[in-house]
Design a protein around this ligand. Structure first.
Ligand code: AMP
Length: 413
């Protein structure tokens, strides 16, 4: 739990050299144009605050998962023109995140200037959390030559990369130790954490968690955590069938994790013991193959004929979910309730999204997190009608599961 967050608002960065870890891991098309700049935009408030204070700003990020060293495909240089336009000033680029170009350019960086470093993951040391590599990055802000205008008392480290805060990488966690008393969260990190804390520690009741997506195995830890916190848990998506099968239902050829049947039963028992209501779907839209134009029939969730697979929850389940959502004061949603990418099997996900938006209007706090539920809320143009849409799926889940993250600990310690 983040009680007293050191945020970017606690400092004035005038004359400081600010090294900020951002998450610029944006999708690029074949000609290296950015197809979705959400992550860049999410970091702008922090960067603009640093610039408004009069800092020299060094930006560092990863892009994609480069396998072996530098490559054109994963170069952050492709982001420079768009970032320059968004910031309204030219962004300088160092074609290596450590080494001579980075050192020289950051040493000469003046107040109001912005330098973007090349992809951190071009060095395997980044993901290994290598301390020597972290120190080299830190020196870009701390400097090792005070006569160059900035010195160690002027270097700051800011973490605004929530999407990678669950990784103990060199730039997200290890580096923080070189900035005692001069490290903090950026705006994105602090709002992500305070929104997650709202459901984790300050949830108004009834608190309903909606969990969907493909696999139970991905969601066991979060389910265990939520059983200690939520009043209601709505389960949908592919993961529901493991529960239904565990209870003895017939699920046809629906998605199932047969090695998790005992886990599913244990989760149901624990929830019962603790007075948490679990809502499994009661009906299902089944298909005779995994395709949008498959033959479709609605049946009881525990009586799916052989050769048919459940791809969406049915209308009765939709109504039940809607009722639970509208009676809640706090809602956390992670994972679609069906194969929402296919228009014939999106109804359960869409109706939940609409109910969440409706509940928000009447004062319910609603947090959407996790890649596919965010994609769903965007698909239905409802992102502006919920309380908060998290930018970091994996990080949010891990924060809820464990109550902290390596990137958070590093700033707080
Ligand atoms: P996850 O990444 O675990 O949140 O899973 C998201 C994916 O689960 C989406 O691509 C959905 O299409 C898929 N999904 C949801 N419901 C089902 C289902 N009933 N059968 C198969 N896949 C599903």
């Amino acid at each position: 739990m983040v009680l007293h967050m050191q945020t970017i608002d606690n400092f004035n960065f005038s004359g400081k050299k600010a090294l900020i870890r951002v998450d610029f891991n944006v999708p690029l098309d074949a000609s290296f144009s950015i197809t979705d700049d959400t992550r860049i935009r999410a970091a702008l408030p922090s960067i603009n605050k640093l610039l408004a204070d009069g800092a020299a700003v060094i930006l560092m990020s990863h892009l994609g998962r480069p396998k072996e060293g530098p490559s054109e495909k994963y170069s952050l240089k492709h982001l420079v023109p768009h970032l320059s336009a968004l910031l309204g000033r030219p962004v300088l680029f160092a074609d290596d995140c450590i080494g001579d170009s980075a050192k020289k350019m950051s040493a000469g960086l003046k107040a109001g200037e912005v330098l973007l470093l090349e992809n951190l993951r071009f060095y395997k040391e980044e993901e290994k959390g290598d301390e020597g590599f972290a120190k080299k990055l830190a020196e870009l802000a701390l400097g090792n030559n005070p006569s160059q205008g900035f010195n160690s008392s002027q270097g700051f480290y800011i973490n605004d990369a929530f999407g990678t805060a669950h990784r103990a990488h060199a730039s997200t966690a290890v580096i923080a130790k070189f900035f005692p008393g001069k490290k903090c969260f950026g705006y994105l990190m602090s709002s992500e954490l305070s929104n997650a804390d709202k459901v984790l520690h300050k949830a108004e009741r009834p608190f309903t968690a909606i969990l969907g997506g493909a696999k139970v195995s991905d969601k066991i830890l979060i389910l265990e955590q939520l059983i200690g916190k939520a009043d209601n848990i709505i389960i949908g998506g592919g993961m529901a069938f493991t529960f239904i099968k565990a209870k003895g239902g017939k699920i046809g050829s629906s998605l199932v994790e047969s090695d998790r049947l005992d886990t599913a039963l244990k989760i149901l028992e624990d929830a019962k013991k603790r007075g948490v209501s679990i809502y499994l779907p009661v009906d299902v839209e089944a298909a005779d193959r995994f395709a949008n134009d498959a033959n479709k029939k609605c049946c009881a969730i525990d009586a799916i004929p052989e050769g048919w697979m459940g791809l969406d929850i049915g209308p009765v389940s939709e109504k039940i979910n809607e009722g639970v959502i509208l009676k809640s004061k706090t809602v956390l949603w992670n994972g679609p309730l069906g194969v929402f990418e296919m228009s014939n099997f999106e109804s359960g996900t869409k109706s939940a999204a609409l109910a969440i938006a409706k509940a928000t209007k009447s004062g319910t706090y609603t947090l959407i997190g996790g890649g596919d539920s965010v994609a769903a809320i965007n698909k239905y143009n409802l992102a502006g009608q919920v309380s908060y849409v998290s930018t970091g799926g994996g990080a949010l889940l891990e924060y809820i599961e464990s109550g902290t993250l390596p990137g958070v600990e590093a700033i707080n310690s």
